[in-house]
Design a protein around this ligand. Sequence first.
Ligand SMILES: *Cc1c(COP(=O)(O)O)cnc(C)c1O
Length: 381
Amino acid sequence: MKFGTKAIHAGIKPDPSTGAIMTPIFQTSTYVQKSPGDHKGFEYSRTQNPTRQVLERNLAALENGNHGLCFGSGMAAIDCILKLLKPGDEVISTNDLYGGTYRIFTKVFSKYGIKFHFVNMEDSTQVESLINKNTKLIWAETPTNPMMNIIDIRALGKISKKYGVLLGVDNTFATPFLQNPLDDGADIVMHSVTKYLAGHSDVVMGAIVVKEDKLAEELAFMQNSCGAVPGPQDCFLVLRGIKTLHLRMERHSQNGKTIAAYLKNHPKVDKVYWPGFEDHPNHSIARRQMRDFGGMISFTLINNRLEDAIKVLEKFKVFVLAESLGGVESLCGHPASMTHASIPREEREKVGLSDSLIRLSVGIEDAEDLKKDISKALEAV
Ligand SMILES: *Cc1c(COP(=O)(O)O)cnc(C)c1O
């Protein structure tokens, strides 16, 4: 099946007891057994829930994997992956990544004796040079957040296979519509479902998709043992959101292209970061591994002043100032003080995340209104 058909149908069947076309919200914690151990495959809703199971199967199909696992948040999904490791193990991670991921690496799991290396993965030889016998996981985000760098997943996949190390990719920004890391050699795909997959800014959820049975078993063991599972109502909302994922992503990408071009020609704007530009340093890789370029854009202002960025952010009307991304509505944010505030200034500046950097999550409104809004807001500079 092609993507749009999978989004609507994969893993989903009408409810056998009623014919309900939509997956019911199985708001239940437990399931009646006929005799001890004699049940219909569901025992307790931390372990399995029918609404969650349908969503997990749907997500697995969208990422061309075999197993999906859902969590109470994206961070809970990352937490589960890291629990595959033990003290002494090492992780090589993208240096330009989601602030919460940086925090769980450096403030939580480093306490338990896991060592993290942060590198610019645009040059994959840097990754290879850090591998040693303790390396267990390579962790990548592409496009990176918020600098919109592109990392070659296929190149990392080759390195991970060569050394027998797991490759995990946070595919939140791209979504399975734009990019399928498992096809390019990743072992684990992770999502903050909160963002584009749910798509309507009304749910917090995470997910993992893998191909391999043994890896899925280990992750499912952790999911059940540690228990950070989402509730059935949220699973229902995400199933509903995913039915339009392909349509939303097409429009996000189309609006993203329009807004990126508009910003690039604006006299108050200095740099624009968007992988769809032909002069983006890794445009050719983006072209190969992504179906389109999405609606995430970052830009800096001329003179790079924090005060100007704040004034612009206050002046936006259609773009609302908020954490998060990937909803139908356009959002703007200031990474240095919001999503990436947990990363020390020196680390931030090393990757180009400067004080005037503004990140846009371009929604699916009419692009003309979005352009007008940007034009008005930039009058503040
Ligand atoms: C939001 C986000 C996360 C964390 O997910 P939550 O659902 O907020 O816990 C991880 N990675 C990326 C790229 C994100 O944008």
